[in-house]
Design a protein around this ligand. Structure first.
Ligand SMILES: NC(=O)c1ccc[n+]([C@@H]2O[C@H](COP(=O)([O-])OP(=O)(O)OC[C@H]3O[C@@H](n4cnc5c(N)ncnc54)[C@H](O)[C@@H]3O)[C@@H](O)[C@H]2O)c1
Length: 395
């Protein structure tokens, strides 16, 4: 099943991308011949190759380029286009401005039984994140639980990637991160906390629950994507610079004022605000990184990010047996509740599984035409081979 193939990819994270003969690719641009962007896909390996090449050019090691490339590909594979290739140029820009150290390596500051504190040393966030989750997993195998807090880090991508790493070892995985201040707390009109996402995931073997969400109504990347696609955003996502709710993605992006999960106070937005603050306690407050409104503003590029993250791995078998069976039963019970309408009932992680199944069926990831154009321009700027597209399966 789709999840299995992702697990395999995550497990292979330290290995190299399989070498695919260059002649086997069909070199077609999105705009050539009768093909349109909708007919064309990019294989997962090619996505990793392209992102890795760009990062290598920017000065990272091959292994770190692969770690980030694989992570961003998984985000796109899972349908989180806001946090896949869409983020790569921001990482390159931070490296070029010397705000992220492409050669940075995380170091362990405190290592005591089930806990550790890691200094990311301003390395790429995914490099820090992978190191910390591996440490948390080792501790969970020894102590039943492992909790690792990190500071001195950068944007680490999708939280769910780290949960999946733990799930692949039969553990419950949790991760969260603070981010640049973008979210307006209930009753305020200025941003005080980030989009502060969190993820918790558990696998029952043949089924899974993977909650992976920003604690704002949506991740900022969704507003960027709406801008790219020139589409309005739903009411309740963000405010404009006057503090009014807006459906214009450009106004929202310029204002950087995201609403907490829930939206207005009447719609219990204070609960999203509380969750965001909870993430900040586990990230900035616990690790000693920047926190809340003190984190650099989004894309300001005026100083290093010094973000904080938190990772936890739990071995359910250390508590009592049968947890997988109980999870499997619960997920089935939830999906089989009477429906309010036509649409099937999902559990968190199902939309991502559907996205992955579609990619597998198509033989690659379908990118929006503007993303393809943008990556072609970026390839020219970086002097790397552009991403190769191939026709979708069965077209
Ligand atoms: N690193 C960062 O700074 C940062 C910041 C914000 C978000 N992110 C990442 O961005 C990604 C997108 O976040 P988001 O909040 O926009 O996600 P989202 O709103 O698309 O999904 C949130 C969660 O809801 C679940 N879900 C969706 N529809 C459902 C349904 N009908 N029934 C049950 N569950 C359902 C999904 O499986 C997912 O677990 C995440 O991977 C997150 O980690 C990263």
């Amino acid at each position: 099943m789709a999840f299995r193939s992702l697990v395999a990819s995550v497990a292979d994270v330290s290995t190299k991308v399989p070498v695919i003969p260059r002649s086997s690719f069909v070199r077609m641009s999105f705009s050539t011949g009768s093909s349109t962007a909708d007919d064309m896909v990019v294989t997962k390996d090619e996505v990793v190759r392209f992102i890795s090449d760009c990062l290598r050019k920017a000065g990272t090691t091959e292994d770190d380029a692969f770690t980030v490339g694989h992570h961003l590909m998984v985000a796109d594979y899972r349908g989180h286009f806001s946090h896949g290739m869409n983020r790569m140029q921001m990482y390159v820009k931070d490296i070029e401005s010397r705000l992220t150290d492409p050669a940075g390596k995380p170091t362990i500051l405190t290592d005591f039984q089930a806990i550790a504190l890691v200094d990311g040393n301003n390395a790429l966030g995914q490099v820090v994140g992978k190191h910390c989750m591996e440490l948390a997993m080792d501790k969970a195998q020894k102590f039943g639980v492992g909790l690792v807090s990190a500071r001195g880090s950068n944007h680490f991508g999708i939280c769910g990637y780290y949960s999946l790493m733990a799930m692949e070892k039969g553990l419950i995985g949790f991760s969260c991160t603070n981010t640049s201040p973008l979210m307006v707390p209930t009753r305020a009109k200025k941003a005080g906390l980030g989009t502060n996402p969190l993820s918790l995931g558990m696998s029952s073997g043949d089924d899974e629950f993977v909650l992976d969400m920003a604690t704002t109504a949506v991740a900022l990347g969704k507003i960027e994507l709406a801008m790219r696609k020139e589409q309005p955003i739903p009411i309740g996502w963000a405010l404009d610079s006057e503090g009014n709710v807006t459906s214009n993605p450009e106004d929202a992006y310029a204002a950087n004022l995201m609403m907490p999960l829930g939206g207005t106070e009447e719609h219990s937005g204070y609960k999203g605000y509380g969750l965001s603050l909870m993430v900040e306690v586990l990230c900035g407050i616990l690790s000693g990184s920047e926190f809340g409104p003190n984190v650099r503003t989004w894309k300001s590029g005026d100083r290093v990010a010094n973000l904080g993250h938190c990772f936890m791995a739990i071995n359910p078998e250390a508590f009592t047996s049968g947890s997988k069976e109980r999870l499997s039963r619960l997920l089935g019970q939830l999906r089989n509740l009477p429906r309010a309408g036509e649409k099937e009932i999902l559990v968190a992680g199902d939309p991502e599984r559907k996205a992955m199944a579609k990619v597998d069926q198509d033989g690659g990831i379908t990118y929006h035409v503007n993303q393809i154009k943008n990556s072609e321009e970026f390839a020219r700027r970086m002097g790397v081979e552009p991403m190769k597209l191939r026709p979708k399966n069965n077209i």
